[in-house]
Design a protein around this ligand. Structure first.
Ligand code: ADP
Length: 277
């Protein structure tokens, strides 16, 4: 906010008034600064994997290709980093569509309990197939759903992306043997979904930033796990496009709970459809 003050002074020297003009430039400047930061972030985020891919290719060209042990390792890194860059660019494109409001919302009226169960069943199936692998960490998904069916209008593909992202993070950050608790509740004309993990949590100073583009508490760790730092930023935009809210509650060392709330109009029972006669 820019504030200009002018004093209205009489010839006698007395001040008879003050004119105060407020210019709201903050929003515009903030947007401009954020845009510049974003472009700079994108450049850095892409340069890092590209530089590393280039050095692996250089090493291969310089003779590592003949090394039966090294060559597949190096090729594997270049493949993983390329995959991550493609993922990042796809995510940037979907963010840009959401920003411009050109992301088409394919709204459908769905029973959220069934929708959420469907997503969690997929994760349970994944756990089943992973269980036989002793190298993989173990975790369990608990469900605490309201009995009441909650019907809402959502873009199922986009909302699934949001829940997948939060679930994948919860899994990534869960300790071995951890429990991920998923809840579905109704509160004050809102449907509330929560996903809690028992992982390392998010430091207080980072909590407000995890939904920012490219923000990661531990950059190196996120990269190593193939993260792009865009998942939660996209989730935030998708939830906003549904007129909902997304937030996190976390205690360092004790885990995190991510919440999504969506506007929900309770369906009144007893309408003509329910009349038996
Ligand atoms: P990515 O997972 O690709 O790094 P996200 O946007 O999904 O990006 O998440 C941003 C950051 O938020 C992560 O890098 C991590 O630091 C933090 N974070 C997200 N989910 C959790 C969680 N369940 N527990 C702890 N930290 C988390």
């Amino acid at each position: 906010l820019h504030v200009d003050f002018s004093l209205i002074q009489r010839e006698t020297g007395f001040i008879s008034g003050i004119v105060c003009v407020l210019h709201d430039v903050t929003e515009k400047e903030k947007n401009e600064r954020e845009r510049r930061e974003f472009v700079s972030n994108v450049s850095h985020e892409l340069r890092t994997p590209l530089t590393s891919v280039r050095s692996y290719i250089e090493a291969l060209t310089d003779g590592a290709w003949k090394d039966e042990k090294l060559a597949p390792q190096f090729l594997n890194v270049t493949q993983e980093e390329t995959d991550r860059m493609i993922r990042m660019i796809n995510e940037l494109l979907s963010l840009s569509r959401l920003d411009q409001g050109t992301a088409k919302m394919e709204l459908e009226y769905v029973n959220f309990n069934e929708f959420f169960s469907y997503i969690l069943n997929r994760f349970d199936m994944m756990i089943k197939t992973e269980q036989s692998d002793p190298k993989k960490k173990k975790y369990r998904i608990k469900r605490e759903f309201t009995k009441r069916d909650l019907w809402v209008e959502i873009d199922t593909d986009k909302m699934m992306q949001v829940i997948d992202n939060i679930m994948n993070n919860a899994i990534k950050y869960s300790p071995d043997g951890g429990v991920i608790t998923t809840r579905l509740m109704e509160s004050h004309n809102n449907l509330v979904v929560s996903i809690s993990d028992q992982g390392l949590g998010i430091p207080r100073k980072d909590i407000s930033k995890v939904f920012d583009r490219f923000y990661r508490v531990d950059k190196a760790r996120s990269r190593k796990q193939g993260g792009t730092g865009l998942g939660l930023a996209i989730s935030k935009e998708v939830v906003a496009a549904h007129h909902g809210r997304i937030w996190v509650d976390s205690a360092e060392g004790r885990g995190s709970t991510f919440y999504i709330s969506l506007p929900y109009q309770p369906y009144e029972d007893g309408g003509e459809w329910n009349e038996e006669n």
